[in-house]
Each structure stands twice: as C-alpha cells, then as structure tokens.
Design a protein around this ligand. Structure first.
Ligand SMILES: Cc1ncc(COP(=O)(O)O)c(C=O)c1O
Length: 470
C-alpha cells in the first residue's frame, strides 16, 4: 500500500523565503501575439487566407464540442472528438499554401511587412499576420486551434515541452508571495520545480493527498491561494482528483484550477467541462503519440492563457515549426490510438491483477484502485498506463524488466510503442532508497505505457518475463 503520509511529508515545501525579482512585465501586447484571427482583418494579398474563416472555424470547432452532463462526453461524442482531432485547426482557418492539404511547416524566424502602414495596421489589429517567431507561427497556431477544439477551450498556447508549459504557467499565474495547492503524486520534475524553485520566489506550496478535501479546505482558509494544480491521473500511481468538487471549492475562494491531463488526454477526460480553468498536457505523450517529438500545451480561459503567453514570449520556450507539424500529424489519430490504449491497458491490468507474481496493480479502471469511483465519474476511458508492483523487491523487479522483449526500457509514455520502466531506477535512482521510500516510490514498482501493439503479444511477453521472477 502506498505510504500516503510519507508522500505528503516528502513533498512539503518551505514557504516564506522573500523574493526580490519582479514579475516580468509583458513586453508584447495581446494584439502582437499573432494568435488573433478576426473577421474583417486585412490579409496580405500574396497569402491566400480564407477571409475571416479563422473565427468561423474556431467557433465551429468549439460548437462540435458539446460534452454530456458533468463534462463526461456522451458516447457519440467520441466521434465528434475524432473529427476535431483530424480537422481541428486545419480544415479551415489556416493559410492555404500551394493548395497543400496538410498544414505547411512555415520555416521562418521572422515575418516581413510591405511598409510602415502595414506594420502599424498589424500593431493596431487591422492586419492579421505574424511578426517574429517567438510570438507565433502558422504551424504552431494550427496546433493551438486543434487543442482548443479538442478541449473545448477559449484559448491555447503551445510550447517546446510539457515542462515549459508547467513552469511558464506557474511563474506567470502565481504572484511572488502567492500560494499554490498541489497533490503528492506527480511527475518528479514538476515536483522538483515546486519544491526547489517556487520557494525562492516566496511562493508557498501546500501538498495534499489526492482528494483530501479537508486539507484543501484548510489550505484555502489559511492562505491566499492563487492556484490549485494537479495531475489527474497522476504519475506514476494514476491517482485521480475529483475535478468538479475541487473546482467548486477553489472557485468559491477565488483560486484557479489547472489540471495536468497528460495521462487522460482530451479523449478520456474533458477537464474544462468538468470545471478546471486550465488544462495542461505534455503533448510529447499521447497527443503527438509517436515518441518522436517534445511539446507542451496549455488551454483554457483566455484571460489566463493570455497572461502565460505574454510571459512565454519573453522566456522564449517556443515550439519549433517542424515539431509543431509532428504534433499536428500525431494528433489526427489521437482518438483511434487512445481507444486502443484504453482497451489494451484495461485487459492487461485485469490479467496482471490475477497473476501470482504481481503484488498490486494501479489502474484507475480497476475497482481496486483508490480513485475508481472518481475516475468512473469523470473519465470515459482510463488511459494506456498501468503501474504494478512485482512480487519481491528491486532485484526481482530487475529480473522481470530485463527479460521483457516487446516494450522498450525507456522513460516517457503515450506513444505507439510500449515503453516500460522502473521509476526507482529510471527517474528516482539518484534519490537513494531512503528518500524513495519517503516519497512513496516503491522499489518493485513498474510503470508500463502500453502501446498499440497486439494485446496478446504484449501479454505473452509479460508472462514469459514474469517467469524470471524467483
Ligand atoms: C504528467 C506529466 N506532465 C508533464 C510532463 C513533462 O512533459 P515534457 O517531458 O514534455 O516536458 C511529464 C513528463 O513525463 C508528465 O508525465
């Protein structure tokens, strides 16, 4: 059983360190973001844009996105999300270049203006174009429009990695001296940032167990909380937080809610419809889906995304146009892939639970998972990651993992290839056994990201590798 007390104490972070660094002022006005698209804007004649189509497209995409009650998409909604995955941001609303069906990779660092009048028109929002690569790019803008369509979001910002999205979001939305509430199980680099860097800015962090509503209430009553931030499901124990309940409590106290929905994807969980103000993804994972590119996306309320965008323009963590193209290309098959990941993971999780060499399986689609009821109420599928504990300790677990033949031993998740790792060795090795125990990372834990290979091939491989466990 996961030592939740240990997890919490390990993540407690000091607050009260004073900060001198000012919050960077936005250097670019919203009108320079290069991300607006409004009817009636003048377009450069040499670029064929469907006049005013961008706004229409965005509206159409979002219209297609009508989740059922409680934010959980209805069954026929999967088809709509599939359409949004293919066409969102691409069918209309982007430049048409050389009649290319696919969105072109616009490989440029800067954009030119015919004359000063055109530049002034651009500055004042009468001419729709881009100015400089750090402020926007047509290929990355198409990614943003696609994610908006998939998440039913007002706005979206794409960046160079999931961590860039996390750090930019936290640094721009939480003021120096502010306070955030987060949950104990999370991606270790996010935890490291919150633990080691936010306190330098006098930002306090309360770490609560997932769904410990009493501690959430206490933190909201005690501090001026700007933001609640949690993964759902979490990495690596797939804990799920009750998004509607948390949003209700946080909103009553004026705190925003951001959910890292990387493990869920917009196909399995509609975080914004469930009540979150912002949803974040490491697009490196399921959204791009092919283990070949890094990217991150943040989507949600315009006023919040715009603040992050201004900061992002200064920090410069932009996604390269080639990478943006790979995200677009991968995202088109998101719904199909996720359906397969969901099916295979559920099957493997159920079988593992019955295997004598397995001590425990962590999968939110299993009734044995502590957050099964929450997951069922807010997700339509439970994703492709299954974590499990091999009978024995570190050495027994190594005997297993060193004998798998189909999955790669590698970090990351969410791609078409199955990836397998021991968190104790892959990400937490440098912590040492005592610290790992303190933060709840078990020595015999496996995190398995199930790919889209044949499920029987995956199972047969796991079974033969488990034979090596003494
Ligand atoms: C839940 C979660 N969020 C964010 C990140 C960071 O994403 P990236 O590796 O794209 O920077 C990861 C990486 O594994 C993750 O698992």
């Amino acid at each position: 059983m996961l030592g939740s007390k240990a997890l919490v104490s390990a993540c407690e972070m000091p607050a009260g360190v004073s900060i001198r660094a000012p919050v960077p002022a936005a250097m670019r006005s919203a009108s320079r973001s290069g991300l607006r698209a409004c009817p009636g804007l003048r377009q450069r004649p040499s670029t064929v844009y469907p006049g005013g189509a961008a706004c229409g497209a965005a509206a159409k995409d979002v219209e297609a996105h009508t989740p059922g009650t409680n934010g959980v998409p209805k069954h026929d909604q999967a088809a709509k999300l599939s359409t949004a995955a293919v066409h969102g941001g691409e069918r209309v609303g982007r430049p048409r270049v050389a009649d290319s069906l696919t969105t072109p990779i616009v490989q440029t660092s800067t954009y030119w203006f015919r004359n000063t009048a055109e530049l002034i028109d651009y500055n004042e929002g009468r001419f729709d174009s881009f100015e400089y690569g750090r402020y926007g790019n047509p290929t990355s803008k198409a990614v943003e429009a696609k994610i908006k369509a998939l998440e039913g979001a007002e706005d979206c910002l794409v960046s160079a990695s999931g961590m860039n999205a996390v750090t930019s979001m936290l640094l721009s939305l939480v003021p120096p001296g502010g306070h955030i509430v987060t949950t104990s199980d999370c991606y270790w680099r996010t935890r490291q940032f919150m633990q080691n860097f936010l306190p330098k800015m006098n930002i306090g962090v309360s770490v609560i167990k997932p769904n410990d509503m009493e501690s959430l209430k206490q933190a909201l009553d005690t501090y001026n909380v700007s933001l609640f931030f949690s993964e759902s499901p979490t990495n690596p124990y797939l804990r799920c937080v009750d998004i509607p309940a948390i949003a209700k409590m946080c909103h009553a106290k004026g705190a925003h809610v951001c959910i890292d929905s990387t493990f869920a994807t917009p196909i399995n969980q509609q975080a914004i419809a469930l009540g979150a103000d912002l949803v974040l993804h490491s697009a490196t994972k399921y959204i791009a889906g092919h283990n070949d590119v890094l990217s991150g996306v943040l989507a949600g309320k315009t006023e919040l995304v715009e603040k992050v965008r201004e900061f992002h323009h200064i920090m410069g963590g932009v996604v390269d146009p080639h990478a943006a193209y790979l995200v677009l290309r991968g995202a088109k098959t998101l719904q199909l892939r996720v359906e397969r990941h969901n099916e295979s993971a559920m099957e493997i999780a159920q079988r593992l639970e019955k295997h004598p060499k397995i001590d425990r399986v962590w999968y939110p689609g299993l009734p044995s998972h502590p957050d099964y009821a929450i997951a069922k109420s807010q997700m339509t599928g439970f994703g492709g990651v299954v974590s499990f504990e091999v009978r024995g300790g570190l050495n027994e677990c190594i005997s297993f993992i060193d004998n798998v033949k189909l999955p790669y031993i590698a970090p990351s998740l969410g791609g078409v290839e199955s990836l397998i790792e021991m968190p104790a060795v892959q990400s937490y090795w440098g912590f040492g056994p005592a610290k790992r125990a303190e933060i709840g990372i078990k020595e015999n834990l496996i995190r398995f990201s199930i790919g889209i290979e044949d499920v029987e091939d995956i199972w047969d491989d796991l079974v033969q590798a488990l034979e090596y466990v003494p």
